[in-house]
Design a protein around this ligand. Structure first.
Ligand code: SF4
Length: 90
């Protein structure tokens, strides 16, 4: 799944927030990650894909700066439910 698309449209911060996504901002890595808890099916692909970026039980549970942007995008695209989206900032 292409995690920078929502219903076929390239995502924007506004579009994602209107649709219930919460933002997790990268500062060192040029990426903001978005998550919608209502869409998540808890398949765990994110946590298996990068435990430094995604860690259930930690606050915040998503830290974009803990990964390398290209690897993180690969993981985001594996999310089967569409609960994870991203905006690349470079
Ligand atoms: S990969 Fe997507 S659906 Fe699976 S747990 Fe992570 S956010 Fe939820």
């Amino acid at each position: 799944m292409d995690a920078n698309k929502f219903n076929g449209e390239t995502v924007t911060d506004e579009l994602l927030k209107e649709n219930g996504y919460r933002a997790y901002k990268g500062t060192e890595q040029p990426i903001d990650i978005y998550y919608n808890i209502k869409t998540c099916t808890h398949a765990g692909e994110c946590v298996r894909g990068n435990r430094d970026v995604f860690e259930v039980g930690r606050r915040p549970w998503i830290i974009p700066d803990n990964g390398q942007v290209d690897q993180v995008i690969e993981v985001l695209n594996r999310c089967p439910s569409g609960a994870l989206k991203y905006i690349r900032k470079d």
